[in-house]
Design a protein around this ligand. Structure first.
Ligand SMILES: NC(=O)C1=CN([C@@H]2O[C@H](COP(=O)(O)OP(=O)(O)OC[C@H]3O[C@@H](n4cnc5c(N)ncnc54)[C@H](O)[C@@H]3O)[C@@H](O)[C@H]2O)C=CC1
Ligand SMILES: O=C([O-])CC(=O)C(=O)O
Length: 311
């Protein structure tokens, strides 16, 4: 199975690294516009093959899309990341043009690929990719919920002082500092509600920390995060390529689900060989429904800014 990752920067290269050492795909192509950059990252990753013991072939390409031909999955991480103090939404002006041209180029050589959109503002970039390419909705997956949910479980594990892998939880809604919805009500510690162990005040802080998880790291690092984002993309790609049918919160085009239409937003999805196999309808309470509608309003107003790109 072949995966192309467009954008060999922090997130793209980390994703290639995790896909390789976990043996998720037999071939990975990294592509970037910076001369020699993707080739360099690919060579560096390949020189781990004997020490970490993998057989995936990783190669790089400077903007030559013919090398990406017949990819099963294409990941789009090209574009600029935010700097401290910025929101993801501020990236739209530059990233919309990049994402649209990349999506057009990859489809020329991999017309059947499933596209995973990572560039920010991610929900709007997923919507742009869907509208610009006209692909069926199962083949456009925005990655954000997998990462936000892993951060949510991290903050819950810190509050509980228990391992992250013993914690279950999910974040739905938009992938933005104010639009994410960490579902504290249904989060659990090995099957027991986390509210059995944590006060409402602590749970509110966990949710607030989760929502600004990306901003916190951007403040610490000077650019946005890459280890957890890259690993989260690899996790999603694994579920597609190996038809694992995992339930992962992904940004997907909604047609009435969760009361929303004509928008890409994070909801629980079954992810398998066809991409989005199913949108799972979980029961939200009235407060969560209200938060979802508010989140949709914000994502929709960002999508309005795409009119000139899509015209
Ligand atoms: N959805 C999510 O959960 C996450 C999204 N992101 C987003 O992912 C994007 C990438 O972040 P980083 O990897 O940290 O940035 P980066 O700056 O390290 O890498 C971006 C790469 O894209 C390349 N690029 C730019 N235009 C291109 C084009 N037209 N064709 C091919 N390559 C091109 C650049 O040369 C650069 O190497 C950002 O927009 C960031 O906000 C980052 C983390 C998580
Ligand atoms: O924070 C950012 O800008 C990058 C991102 O989406 C994340 O790490 O969640």
């Amino acid at each position: 199975m072949k995966v192309t990752i467009v954008g060999a920067g922090n997130v793209g290269a980390t994703c290639a690294d995790v896909i390789s050492y976990r043996g998720i795909a037999s071939e990975v192509v990294l592509l970037d516009i910076k001369e020699g950059f993707a080739e360099g990252k690919a060579m560096d990753i390949m020189q781990c093959a004997t020490t970490t013991g993998f057989n995936t072939r990783v190669s790089g390409s400077t903007n030559d899309y013919s090398k990406t031909a017949n990819s099963n999955v294409v990941v789009i991480t090209s574009g600029i990341p935010r700097k401290p103090g910025m929101t993801r939404e501020e990236l739209i002006g530059i990233n919309a043009g990049i994402v649209k041209s990349v999506a057009d180029n990859v489809l020329k050589y991999s017309p059947d690929a499933i596209i995973v959109v990572v560039s920010n503002p991610m929900d709007t970039m997923a919507y742009l990719t869907l509208k610009a390419t006209g692909l069926p909705k199962n083949r456009i997956i925005g990655m954000g919920g997998a990462l936000d949910s892993s951060r949510f479980k991290y903050y819950l594990s810190q509050a509980l002082n228990k391992p992250s892998n013993d914690v279950q939880g999910m974040v739905i809604g938009g992938h933005g500092d104010t639009t994410m919805i960490p579902l504290t009500r249904i989060a659990s510690y090995n099957g027991s509600p986390v509210s059995d162990f944590l006060s409402q005040e602590v749970l509110d802080k966990v949710a607030a920390d989760t929502m600004v998880g990306g901003a916190t790291l951007t403040g610490l690092l000077g650019t946005s995060a890459w280890y957890a984002p890259g690993a989260s993309v690899a996790y999603l790609v694994d579920s597609i390529l190996n038809d694992q049918r995992k339930m992962i919160a992904c940004s997907v085009y909604l047609e009435g689900e969760y009361g929303q239409s004509d928008i890409c937003m994070g909801v629980p999805c079954i992810i398998g060989k066809n991409g989005i196999e199913e949108i799972v309808n979980i029961n939200l309470d009235e407060k969560e429904k209200g938060l979802f509608a508010k989140s949709a309003d914000a994502v929709r107003s960002m999508n309005d800014a795409l009119k000139s790109v899509l015209a």
